[in-house]
Design a protein around this ligand. Structure first.
Ligand SMILES: Cc1cc2nc3c(=O)[nH]c(=O)nc-3n(C[C@H](O)[C@H](O)[C@H](O)COP(=O)(O)OP(=O)(O)OC[C@H]3O[C@@H](n4cnc5c(N)ncnc54)[C@H](O)[C@@H]3O)c2cc1C
Length: 532
């Protein structure tokens, strides 16, 4: 079962403890810390109030179901879960198995003036699925019982899934038929295909398979105004695209119950490789040239110098890392080095040629290849890193991220601007923040910029939350000043809503309001999210 107060499934024993060398490194940079006390499930459950809903055959009023659907995975959510102070709970949780049941629930919600929160995997990091305080009872609709491969059209390479199908289920159902979707957000283990569409998700191999926008071909949506079927076309010039309107709708317009996605035959070959560049400048120029030359890689990620250093520290201070660093320094990638992780996916011939082209470009920028070991290590830990949050927490540290996307003209300087803003945010408390950045979704036009920050817990939960608020505001304001999007892949939810007008403009926000009102004139669907 999903952990009630952290990341992942409680059957997975992946609580990656911090290696002593990594702990020592963090303590040296930001100081030793004391972990905050965790509440027990019983303590947290004792605060669930009585439901305001009457019993109904299609939803549960059980206190534990309500607690398990009250929070997502943002840092405020993490602090709420760990302290046992969840705040607001849904009054009921439904687990529909058909689109018709979803429509029945929506009609009930309309009749009784409930707020409705569509819920996929609950992996939101921006407060998407948290109930708001208010007079209306809140019904959360958990879609994970709709988890089947409903149809497979081999000729057109379109698969239809129940919207609550999680990443591993999508891939195993498709792999049995010889196909893949290839959508791998780091939250893949728990997030769902409906959640991906509703929050405009991007997977680690978006370079080959595209973002969810390119994969989502159509589907079925239940709204308070009735059912909407979105047909799938390879392309269309028939006016504005209704399919587009539901991408990023964040549960505000309706509940996606069936999702048609564009799939690909399983690749013949896939491998990941690591190249080091002498510095940031050579690294980002090489990535830009690789993307603009349309080399067919499946992923590219460039860690800046401080992230490279941190990654190598987290990997341990063993002899192998020391030997690697010595070798790299001899080849020109010394203290300022940046780490480039790349993937190739496809036919053997395609992979061989793409790898040769990418290596050729990298060499011209001083890139030094390292064989396949580090690439294999990245592959091994690609979905394990979120568990590291547990190890950090137990040592009294908290980790969060900020991400944006910018044109190439602004990308090179962006990490320094974001890092400076975040680093300075706790200066008034004399607290040091450990901040580092990577570029991870690379486009010919620009790139996503993804900054991670680690800081010490305060002396209590309130102080820790206040620190996060300062850090988040500093990062978000830096992004707005840089002219970047407030989110490349995590969506808007509650935490980014106030920054959205800077991006969409007054008229743009009014148009989105208008669209939402067509489906939900009384503001019942996921209120308080997306729109400020
Ligand atoms: C450790 C970690 C790593 C992450 N890495 C990535 C990443 O690499 N890339 C990325 O894109 N995101 C990432 N995320 C963010 C998150 O996983 C994505 O936003 C994901 O798409 C959410 O999917 P979900 O099924 O969990 O949706 P939820 O969190 O349950 O919901 C998200 C939003 O979608 C709405 N929604 C969900 N299902 C439906 C539906 N069927 N119909 C209508 N609305 C619906 C909800 O109301 C809510 O507004 C990460 C999160 C974590 C915790």
């Amino acid at each position: 079962m999903k952990q009630w107060n952290g990341w992942g499934d409680d059957q997975n024993d992946l609580d990656l403890d911090l290696k002593p060398s990594a702990l020592g490194y963090l303590q040296k940079i930001i100081g030793p810390s004391t972990p905050l006390p965790d509440a027990t499930l019983e303590q947290a459950m004792s605060k669930v109030p009585a439901s305001r809903l009457p019993p109904h055959e299609l939803f549960s009023l059980d206190a534990e179901d309500r607690l398990r659907h009250a929070r997502g995975q943002s840092l405020p959510d993490w602090l709420a879960m760990r302290s046992g102070e969840f705040g607001i709970f849904p009054d009921g949780v439904a687990f529909p198995t058909t689109s018709e049941q979803v429509q029945t629930l929506l009609q009930y919600a309309q009749q009784h003036q409930l707020s409705v929160i569509p819920y996929g995997g609950g992996t939101s990091v921006v407060g998407h699925i948290n109930p708001e305080a208010g007079d209306r009872p809140v019904l959360t609709i958990d879609m994970t019982a709709m988890n089947q491969l409903m149809k497979l059209d081999r000729e057109s390479q379109i698969a239809t899934f129940g919207a609550g199908t999680t990443g591993p289920m999508v891939e195993s159902l498709l792999a049995a038929q010889g196909y893949t979707l290839g959508h791998y957000p780091q939250s893949w283990e728990l997030s769902t295909v409906g959640g991906w569409v509703a929050s405009r998700s991007s997977g680690q191999q978006s370079l080959r398979y595209g973002r969810i926008e390119q994969m989502f071909a159509g589907g079925r949506i239940e709204t308070l105004k009735g059912t909407l079927e979105i047909p799938s076309f390879p392309a269309s010039s028939a006016g504005p695209d209704v399919r587009e309107m539901f991408m990023g709708s964040e549960g505000r317009m309706g509940i996606i119950t069936e999702v048609k996605v564009r799939i690909t035959p399983l690749p013949e070959h896939e491998s990941f490789h690591v190249i080091f560049f002498p510095d940031w400048d050579s690294g980002h120029k090489a990535l830009r040239e690789t993307a603009q030359s349309k080399v067919q890689l499946s992923m590219m990620r460039l860690s800046n110098t401080i992230e490279t250093f941190t990654q190598l520290k987290l990997a341990g201070s063993g002899m192998a890392i020391k030997a690697l660093e010595k070798y790299l320094a001899l080849r020109g990638a010394g203290d300022s080095k940046t780490m480039f992780t790349l993937g190739v996916t496809g036919s053997r011939a395609q992979c061989k040629s793409a790898l040769a082209l990418a290596r050729g470009i990298a060499r011209r920028y001083g890139g030094v290849g390292t064989g396949t070991l580090l690439g294999k290590k990245w592959e091994h830990s690609r979905f394990r890193s979120p568990y590291l949050r547990h190890g950090l927490w137990e040592a009294g540290f908290v980790v969060d991220t900020m991400e944006t996307a910018l044109d190439w003209v602004s990308v090179p300087g962006a990490p320094a601007v974001m890092e400076a803003a975040i680093s300075a945010a706790l200066k008034d408390e004399n607290e040091t923040v450990h901040v580092f950045t990577h570029l991870s979704h690379i486009y010919p036009q620009g790139s996503s910029v993804y900054t991670t920050y680690i800081f010490r817990c305060g002396s209590d939960y309130a102080q820790t939350h206040a620190r996060w608020e300062k850090l988040k505001a500093a990062g978000a304001e830096a992004i707005v000043k840089l002219g970047g999007t407030i989110s490349h892949q995590h969506g808007v939810g509650k935490d980014h809503a106030k920054y959205l007008p800077a991006e969409k403009g007054e008229l743009g926000i009014a148009a989105i309001h208008g669209l939402v009102e067509v489906f939900d004139p009384n503001g019942q669907m996921n209120p308080g999210k997306l729109l400020p």
